[in-house]
Write a protein that binds this ligand. Structure first.
Ligand SMILES: Nc1nc2c(ncn2[C@@H]2O[C@H](COP(=O)(O)OP(=O)(O)OP(=O)(O)O)[C@@H](O)[C@H]2O)c(=O)[nH]1
Ligand SMILES: [Mg+2]
Length: 268
């Protein structure tokens, strides 16, 4: 981690624009203050990218964009890294931010930054139009800063995911775990699934019904997990529910988009 921070800080010297990749399903949790700190040390402008917008609730993504754009000097776009038109739009926005870097002598130099697993490498591959950086649905896939040339006037750097140095908000910690930004050995699946079940109960109760076929209006988050285990036959012995398996069923369904488009952190 310290190594990743050092190499990013060094590369930032020759970068004109930070493309901060956020997960549209959890913008606050994926906005690591360290990214902001590093870019401000070098006074680099930022383009905030709400990535994985295809998995997020579209109405909430619009609200997030509005709240970002209401802030001075803050530019934000939503993107699904798998949609070419979104990626083209992002490049257009990036060029607008740094108009004086637009030729072969002064190429635009961008660096994608963000917490682990938000889709930095996938976005970079989409921008380049070829699969050069390894990407997978687990944290810490990219290990070092790498430079890629899009064309004569555009250079782009991939960077390793930067995790918060201190996560003192439980809300953010659980949101990161729900979205696979934290390694599976670093959290308790039952706790994280209860957090997710609570969000679903409050904001997306109809999705619980659609997927698992029960009404959650009179249940708490623990009961929801129990019920999912019961319905899916996750039992240890006899009638006892295997809560770890129930938790993993819910988390996997959510991560695969089986519960529909969901945003677990909404603007105030
Ligand atoms: N549905 C969807 N999946 C995406 C999108 N962008 C990335 N992913 C998936 O998210 C997972 C993580 O992508 P990566 O590109 O490896 O993420 P990263 O930020 O480079 O991760 P690290 O290098 O580990 O920090 C992969 O399974 C991608 O396929 C997107 O816009 N939509
Ligand atoms: Mg990566």
């Amino acid at each position: 981690m310290a190594q990743a921070k050092k190499s990013i800080a060094k590369a930032l010297k020759s970068v004109d624009l930070v493309v901060e990749v956020l997960d549209a399903r959890m913008p606050p949790a994926s906005a690591n203050p360290l990214v902001e700190e590093l870019r401000l040390t070098r006074q680099r402008p930022v383009l905030k990218v709400l990535n994985k917008s295809d998995l997020a609730d579209p109405a909430v993504t619009k609200s997030w964009l509005q709240s970002f754009r209401a802030q001075d000097n803050l530019f934000a776009v939503e993107v699904c890294s798998k949609h070419k038109s979104d990626v083209r739009n992002l490049i257009r926005e990036a060029r607008k931010q740094v108009p004086h870097r637009s030729d072969a002598i002064k190429p635009l130099r961008m660096m994608v930054m963000g917490v682990p697993n938000v889709g930095k490498s996938t976005l970079l591959n989409a921008i380049l139009g070829r699969s050069v950086a390894k990407a997978a649905d687990e944290p810490a896939v990219t290990r070092s800063v790498s430079r890629y040339d899009l064309d004569e006037k555009t250079i782009i750097y991939d960077s390793p995911g930067l995790m918060w140095s201190k996560l003192d908000s439980r809300e953010n910690a659980y949101a990161l775990a729900v979205n696979n930004a934290i390694g599976v050995n670093a959290y308790v699946p039952e706790e994280v699934a209860v957090f997710l079940a609570e969000k679903l109960r409050l904001f997306y109760a109809n999705r619980i019904f659609d997927r698992y076929g029960f009404d959650s209006s009179n249940l708490d988050a623990n009961d929801i997990l129990q019920k999912i285990g019961n319905i899916r036959g996750a039992r240890i012995k006899g009638d006892e529910i295997d809560l770890e398996r129930s938790a993993n069923i819910l988390l996997t369904d959510y991560r695969k988009g089986k519960l529909g488009r969901i945003t677990i952190q909404v603007p105030n």
